[in-house]
Design a protein around this ligand. Structure first.
Ligand SMILES: Cc1cc2nc3c(=O)[nH]c(=O)nc-3n(C[C@H](O)[C@H](O)[C@H](O)COP(=O)(O)OP(=O)(O)OC[C@H]3O[C@@H](n4cnc5c(N)ncnc54)[C@H](O)[C@@H]3O)c2cc1C
Length: 281
């Protein structure tokens, strides 16, 4: 038998989904299933009840809040991000990065909610959403709460979403003149990352996040402080990146040593900031 026996629920409303999640300790949301089903096959996760979110149209919407935030439902796929006029207007980097995830099949099925809830350090979206200053809306039977990206990613497969809760949407501030950048080194052409970096530059300020160097994305705050004067020339950005690698403690594995990752972190951060500042494609 490929999978352990598991109950299956396919709620028609978000309220019903939350109710099932609250009722059964071992209940887990099922989004695109690309990670969850694989870890179930490997018996690394053994949920008792799968709560399939497929029929929840509310979670598939992309729109704007009354205060202008770009709202992305947790069941929005990467393909939807790529084709969305709202994303194109508000934060095109999201579509650009989504278009480089996996292949067409992965992009058609993989969801924003699944990508961030897996909190795999090598995934594309966690580091990007930290750099963009996104917030995450989480619902449970106790109501709704919003968590900033800096507090959402807690470790591999660990986020601020607790048992009985459902991530309903990701909220991204519109760029309002800010520029964004994303860079890194992948395993193969469309693989996951060995190290990645994302940056957002708005006026004199930069937000920079590094991925794959720890269990959750790391803000490069020292580099941000050094860039606070607003000089985004190549020399200034390279100088600001110095010491970033030494401040990190990345893992060594078959894809690269800790030292190689420290080096990649500085190179990727420079590239992401220069792209965000409009000095590099
Ligand atoms: C061949 C292949 C290549 C890939 N390449 C890349 C890549 O290059 N870059 C990249 O970033 N990703 C990549 N992925 C991962 C892919 O993006 C997955 O789709 C993603 O990690 C999980 O999304 P999912 O929608 O399939 O979620 P699922 O597998 O359904 O769920 C993942 C986890 O999130 C939880 N969850 C899902 N939705 C919610 C919610 N709304 N609220 C609370 N919890 C929720 C589930 O319970 C589960 O624990 C790849 C996957 C495959 C199969």
């Amino acid at each position: 038998m490929l999978l352990r026996e598991v109950e299956y629920a396919r709620p028609a409303t978000v309220e019903e989904a939350i109710s099932v999640l609250a009722t059964y300790d071992g209940a887990r949301p099922l989004a695109g299933g690309q990670t969850l089903v694989n870890v179930m096959k490997a018996r690394a996760a053994t949920p008792d009840v799968l709560v399939d979110l497929a029929d929840l149209d509310e979670l598939r919407a992309i729109g704007f809040s009354s205060d202008g935030l770009l709202e992305i439902g947790s069941m929005v796929t990467y393909t939807q991000l790529q084709g969305s006029s709202e994303v194109e207007v508000a934060r095109p980097i999201l579509a650009e990065v989504a278009g480089t995830i996996g292949d067409v099949q992965v992009r058609n099925r993989g969801t924003v909610g699944g990508n961030v809830c897996v909190s795999d350090p090598t995934n594309h979206l966690p580091v990007l959403l930290v750099a963009l200053g996104a917030t995450f809306t989480i619902r449970s039977q106790d109501g709704e709460r919003t968590v900033p990206a800096d507090e959402f990613f807690l470790g591999v497969y660990m986020t601020a979403v607790s048992e009985g809760e459902l991530l309903t949407k990701v909220n991204v501030p519109p760029s309002s003149g800010a520029g964004d950048g994303f860079a890194g080194l992948t395993i193969g052409t469309h693989g996951t990352y060995i190290v990645n970096a994302a940056a957002s530059v708005s006026g004199d300020a930069a937000r920079v996040a590094i991925g794959c160097v720890a269990a959750a994305p790391v803000r490069a705050t020292a580099m941000e402080d050094k860039l606070a004067g607003g000089d985004f020339s190549e020399d200034a950005v390279r100088t600001a990146s110095q010491g970033l690698g030494a401040s990190l403690d990345p893992p060594s594995d078959v894809h690269g040593s800790g030292d190689f990752r420290r080096h990649l972190a500085e190179v990727s951060a420079v590239r992401a900031v220069l792209q965000a500042a409009g000095r590099r494609k």
